[in-house]
Design a binder for this molecule. Structure first.
Ligand code: AMP
Ligand code: MG
Length: 425
């Protein structure tokens, strides 16, 4: 199937049904409209943590730079070792890490050597110190201390060769990548600029922290979860506050968000009833599709363009916000950041310990608790009450239990799909 080039084309596809949009279809459609950022910045190595490499990283040096010892012991010539019985050698020097031996190893000789120290010229093998002893006669190597030449010796370029590509553009820089680049002596790296993401909450009933609540009012929590999730993904955030359900106020907010950011995220205002006037507004400002996703929670979702910005209109319910963010927005943001090999949250199967009631027809993302240990195996259960307003379920959960559209009730003991949230919530 060829993917649509424009949002209008997307609406003409045979299988396009905005009132029952499968999760995977919506995800795939969104993917077709994403063009990663291209602006590159050079930053100091530490500042690259959490950023995306904008160019391949080529090793300027061999790692390790020299043949060196993998053990504390004695560097010697394998050919000198007696085929049976002990071998007596003469010690001619020491090689410390960072302080190589001056002497080279001739026949019948050895050099005391420490882990990471450069192999002295002439030696080809290291015997670990536990298999050797020193006395007035010299160094005694136990019979069978090594079985072949080259043992306990690390070779220059064994990890990386000069000129070899270490990382490809699109690699997220994590602690391991920081360490790798440091080991190559790279102090500055090209990364893509951060994504700018503007967000606001909509709803007349919402109040910001610090204002007393009148009957029927609630504190705006979505702006805080969205802020947290965006920070975790390394975005520059623009918090635009609460916007009341007033067309002029919303229009002004949409317009200034779109002008300031690469991505605009709102919560609330996309459910049936509310959607109509929001839809008219967004049609005026850009091109936005409204979907009823066949999922629970998180049924209403809007996606499109506002000027040059991508727009995600998330549902208002606090749990729905987090679920739709992790199923749709997260992946889109990673692609826009320039990351390679982006996919949905990794999914694996675990046995369920408590039964789940479910009607076929929608994909459910229940909040789950994964527990257990390596010896007895891991299992998963739900957090209990799954209402889309019960934000505490997100806090208790460490995973989503994903129940596919066609699935009905699930019995205890059955395997279910689990998406780990550790480090995300
Ligand atoms: P809506 O999608 O706007 O109809 O909102 C659905 C439900 O989520 C309503 O009960 C809202 O009060 C609640 N809600 C919407 N936005 C927020 C928010 N930013 N913080 C907390 N609750 C919200
Ligand atoms: Mg609302």
């Amino acid at each position: 199937m060829t993917e649509p080039k424009t949002l209008r084309e997307a609406c003409c596809a045979d299988d396009y049904d905005p009132n029952s949009m499968p999760v995977d279809r919506a995800r795939a459609l969104i993917r077709t409209f994403l063009t990663p950022v291209t602006t590159v910045e050079r930053v100091a190595l530490r500042a690259a943590l959490g950023r995306v490499l904008a160019a391949d990283v080529i090793s300027p040096i061999d790692v390790p730079g020299h043949d060196n010892s993998a053990m504390d012991g004695y560097a010697l010539r394998f050919a000198d070792l007696a085929p049976a019985g002990e071998t007596l050698l003469r010690r001619v020097g020491e090689s410390f890490a960072g302080k190589p031996a001056a002497a080279s190893v001739g026949s019948g000789e050895c050099v005391r050597i420490f882990t990471g120290a450069v192999m002295p010229a002439g030696a080809d093998t290291v015997v670990m110190q536990e298999r050797a002893g020193e006395d007035a006669q010299g160094v005694r190597i136990a019979a069978g201390a090594v079985t072949k030449a080259g043992q306990n010796r690390r070779f220059a370029g064994e990890d990386l060769k000069a000129g070899q590509a270490v990382f490809a553009a699109g690699q997220l820089v994590r602690p391991a990548e920081l360490g790798m680049m440091a080991s190559l002596g790279i102090g500055e790296v090209p990364v893509y600029r951060r994504l700018r993401v503007a967000f606001f909450s909509t709803g007349d009933e919402l109040k910001s922290i610090g204002t007393p609540l009148a009957t029927g009012e609630v504190y705006d929590s979505n702006r805080y979860t969205i802020y947290g999730m965006l920070q975790r993904l390394g975005c520059d955030v623009i918090d635009m506050g609460v916007v009341p359900d007033v067309p002029e106020a919303l229009e002004a907010a949409f317009a200034s968000a779109a002008a300031a950011a690469d991505v605009v995220i709102t919560s609330g205002g996309v459910s049936v009833g509310e959607a109509d006037f929001v839809k008219q507004l967004l049609d005026k400002l850009g091109e936005v599709l409204f979907w009823k996703i066949a999922m629970k929670p998180g049924r209403p979702l809007a996606y499109g363009r506002l000027g040059a910005a991508h727009f995600f209109g998330l549902p208002g319910n606090p749990v729905s916000v987090m679920v739709t963010f992790y199923q749709f927005v997260r992946e889109a943001l990673l692609v826009l950041q320039g990351q390679r090999d982006v996919g949905p949250l990794p999914t694996f199967k675990l046995p369920l310990t408590t039964p789940i009631r479910k009607a076929p027809g929608r994909t459910e993302f229940q909040r789950g608790v994964l527990s257990g240990d390596p010896a007895n195996g891991y299992t998963v259960r739900t957090t209990g009450e799954q209402g889309s307003g019960v934000l505490s379920s997100m806090s208790q959960a460490n995973c989503f239990i994903v129940l596919p559209t066609a699935t009905g009730n699930v019995a205890a003991g059955e395997l279910v799909d689990v998406q780990l949230l550790d480090g995300l919530i």
